[in-house]
Design a protein around this ligand. Structure first.
Ligand code: R5P
Length: 280
C-alpha cells in the first residue's frame, strides 16, 4: 500500500504515511500553458490510497487526474473534507444535488471511500462504492484537553452539532449541550443553550465546519451576554472563508482550532491517526 496526495493535502498525507509506516509517492505537478493541470505520479503500487480534500474546484480536477493515473491499482479514496457536501438536497427547483454529482464522479474510479465528519451521512450512498464516514470527536477532545480550561462546557451551535458535542463531552468527561434559537419577536431572536446555563463558564463551541464564521460569531456574542467567561472554538474543517478568522477573533473568541483536513495555520490537531486506524 502507498499513499499519494493532491497538493491540497500533502501534510496530512505525509502524517498518514508516517502513522502507517508506509511509503508516500512522489508527484510532479505543473500546468500547461493554457492553465490545465498536469501531473506525473511516480512509484504506483498495487494498492494506492489517494488523499485529497476538495476545497476549491482545482482540487476536484486533481483528484480525478490522480484517480486516473492510479487506475491500474486498487484505489482507496480518503476525502478528508468534501466541499459541496452541504448542497445535499434540492432546496429549489432547477438546482443540482451537488453532493451527489461530486460523489458519483469520484466514486466511479475507486474501490472504497473514507470521509471525515461529512456534513450529512445521506451523501455516502452516492459514491456507489462502500463509503465510511469517521468522526474526529476523540481527537477534538484531546485538543480541548490542551486548552487552559479544566471543566469546559462543550456546545454545538445547533441541533445538527448536538451529537458531535455529546461525543466530545463523553470522550473528555465534560458536560455538553447545544444552542437553540428562541424567537422573541418578528425581528429578535435569542440564542441560548438548550439546558445548561453558561454564566461563569468556559465554553468550547464545536462544529463540523467553520466557513464564514457567521454562526459562531453570533453565538459567541449571545453567550458572552449570558455571562460566559471565555469562549474557544474547535472544528473539524476550517474552511475559514471571507476573513472568518478575524471575524471570530474580533467577536471575542479566544482561539480557533481546526484539524488538518484543510491545512492552515489554525490546523493544530491532526486527523492522521484516526484515518490510519481505518486504513490498517
Ligand atoms: C451547518 O449546518 C454547519 O454545521 C456549520 O455550522 C456551518 O456550515 C457554519 O457555517 P458558517 O461558518 O458560514 O456560519
Amino acid at each position: 500500500m502507498k499513499i499519494i496526495s493532491t497538493r491540497r493535502s500533502q501534510v496530512l498525507a505525509g502524517r498518514i504515511a508516517g502513522a502507517l509506516q508506509c511509503a508516500i509517492s512522489d508527484v510532479r505537478w505543473t500546468r500547461f500553458p493554457d492553465g490545465e493541470i498536469y501531473l506525473q505520479a511516480h512509484e504506483i503500487s498495487d494498492h494506492m490510497v489517494i488523499v485529497g480534500s476538495l476545497v476549491e474546484s482545482d482540487d476536484f480536477i486533481e483528484l480525478l487526474l490522480l484517480i486516473d493515473a492510479c487506475s491500474e491499482s486498487e484505489i482507496t479514496l480518503v476525502l478528508p473534507y468534501m466541499g459541496y457536501a452541504r448542497q445535499d438536497k434540492q432546496f429549489n427547483p432547477g438546482e443540482p444535488l451537488s453532493a451527489r454529482a461530486i460523489a458519483r464522479a469520484l466514486g466511479s474510479g475507486v474501490r472504497k471511500v473514507t470521509t471525515i465528519n461529512l456534513h450529512e451521512q445521506t451523501v455516502l450512498p452516492y459514491f456507489g462504492v462502500p463509503a465510511t464516514d469517521i468522526s474526529l470527536a476523540k481527537a477534538m477532545a484531546e485538543k480541548i484537553q490542551s486548552l487552559p480550561s479544566s471543566s469546559p462546557l462543550i456546545l454545538g451551535p445547533d441541533a445538527g452539532a448536538a451529537k458531535l458535542a455529546q461525543d466530545i463531552g463523553h470522550a473528555g468527561g465534560w458536560e455538553s449541550d447545544h444552542l437553540h434559537k428562541i424567537r422573541l419577536s418578528g425581528e429578535e431572536v435569542r440564542i441560548e443553550p438548550k439546558s445548561i446555563p453558561v454564566a461563569g463558564r468556559e465554553v468550547v463551541i464545536v462544529d463540523d465546519i467553520i466557513s464564514t464564521g457567521g454562526t459562531l460569531a453570533t453565538a459567541t456574542a449571545m453567550l458572552y451576554q449570558q455571562g460566559a467567561s471565555a469562549i474557544y472554538s474547535v472544528c473539524v474543517h476550517g474552511v475559514l472563508a471571507t476573513g472568518a478568522y478575524t471575524h471570530l477573533i474580533s467577536a471575542g473568541i479566544k482561539g480557533v482550532f481546526s484539524s488538518d483536513t484543510i491545512e492552515s495555520a489554525c490546523s493544530t490537531y491532526s486527523a492522521a491517526g484516526i484515518i490510519a486506524d481505518v486504513l490498517r
